[in-house]
Design a protein around this ligand. Structure first.
Ligand SMILES: Nc1ncnc2c1ncn2[C@@H]1O[C@H](COP(=O)(O)OP(=O)(O)OP(=O)(O)O)[C@@H](O)[C@H]1O
Ligand SMILES: [Mg+2]
Length: 341
């Protein structure tokens, strides 16, 4: 597969790591149709609008299209529109000249310029302000723009890919998105289906993610049980592949399927434990369970906040690394008298 230059904003020499095509697109009919369209559209220099729910893989698809395009060896520059404060977005996108505003001590190119020859990926384009939509429209019409505070008209040659999880038609109706820009960016629209429409692809995605995160976290997590894979294929996945990915990360770090069951809705049949069913109220045990559950929740949140780096999480929790490992082991042991499903 061709390689390109990728960065979360700025071009670098770092190589992209995309799942292999068989995992990325899987076997479901919807994804196979998407693969055919994506391969065809990659070769043609037209703007593409990628839409779909959060976490479905819109960014991964944008990178795939760039990799398969004649621009693959030029930069892929991403701009996450809602992540950049509105006041800064114009200078991030279009750059500025020295003295353009207080604090502009030098000049700086924007991301539009950095994408020269390559692909500009505007993520969550629906969040772009109307004034910036007008400036972007001009770039799309004739490739021309000015840096903030600059007189010189600059020219850029790029391919625009946009993504949105919101219906742009609704934003147009609300007066928040320009209709003319919509038609410019939506020459081809690609819908990425939600995970619940491609449940059969889950085992292959799980295998891939498990190997990837075992590798990244130096983990030795075993393949998941058939029972949990079946549950995965009967689940609705509101957070799509991102949610699945987080579950697998958690499984690799905590080393137990118990850590994932709780997120999948109704507990397996052995839950709740015999002793806590109506008729008997074992207060001591319940308090211990509640404390254990609370500790598990806090540990998970801190691990997540530190990108699953256990050393940093231990520091943040003000406990030793060994003590964190011990707590993780304990947190994932099945409760007494209630074997793991
Ligand atoms: N087919 C796949 N196999 C394995 N991992 C995948 C696949 N598709 C996406 N991912 C992973 O799932 C996560 C979500 O993908 P991505 O960021 O592309 O989705 P998105 O639609 O842009 O999400 P959001 O709307 O939240 O920005 C990423 O970490 C990505 O690497
Ligand atoms: Mg995204």
């Amino acid at each position: 597969m061709a390689q390109g230059n990728f960065a979360d904003g700025y071009p670098t020499k770092a190589q992209p790591v995309l799942p292999p095509e068989s995992v990325l697109f899987g076997r479901s009919r919807g994804m196979q149709t998407l693969l055919q369209k994506a391969e065809r559209v990659a070769l043609v220099d037209v703007p593409v609008l990628i839409y779909g729910e959060s976490g479905t893989g819109k960014e991964v698809l944008a990178k795939f299209i760039h990799q398969r395009s004649p621009r693959a060896s030029a930069p892929f520059v991403k701009v996450n529109c809602p992540a950049i404060p509105a006041a800064l977005l114009e200078s991030e996108l279009f750059g500025y000249e020295k003295g353009a505003f207080t604090g502009a001590l030098g000049s700086k190119p924007g991301r539009v310029e950095l994408a020269q020859g390559g692909t500009l990926f505007l993520d969550e384009i629906s969040e772009l302000e109307l004034s910036l939509q007008a400036k972007l429209l001009q770039v799309l019409q004739d490739g021309k723009f000015c840096r903030i505070g600059g007189q010189e008209e600059r020219h850029v040659d790029l391919r625009l890919l946009c993504a949105t999880h919101q219906r742009l038609e609704d934003r147009i109706a609300a007066g928040a998105f320009r209709e003319d820009l919509f038609y410019r960016i939506n020459v081809v629209g690609l819908r990425v289906p939600p995970l619940r429409e491609r449940l059969a692809d889950i085992p292959a995605i799980v295998d891939y993610l498990l190997a990837a995160y075992n590798d990244r976290y130096n983990g030795k997590a075993k393949p998941l049980s058939r029972r949990i894979l079946e549950r995965f294929q009967a689940y609705s996945w509101p957070g799509n592949i991102r949610q699945l990915e987080n579950l697998i990360k958690r499984y690799v770090v905590l080393g137990s399927e118990d850590a994932i069951w709780s997120e999948l809705g109704p507990q397996p049949p052995s839950w709740p434990p015999e002793a806590s069913r109506p008729g008997s109220i074992p207060l001591k045990g319940m308090a211990r369970e509640a404390a254990r559950e609370f500790e598990r929740k806090v540990i998970l949140e801190v691990l997540q906040a530190h990108h699953w780096n256990r050393k940093k999480a231990a520091q943040a929790l003000n406990i030793s690394y060994r003590s964190l490992l011990y707590k993780l082991r304990k947190a994932t042991e099945p409760p007494a008298g209630n074997p793991a499903p």
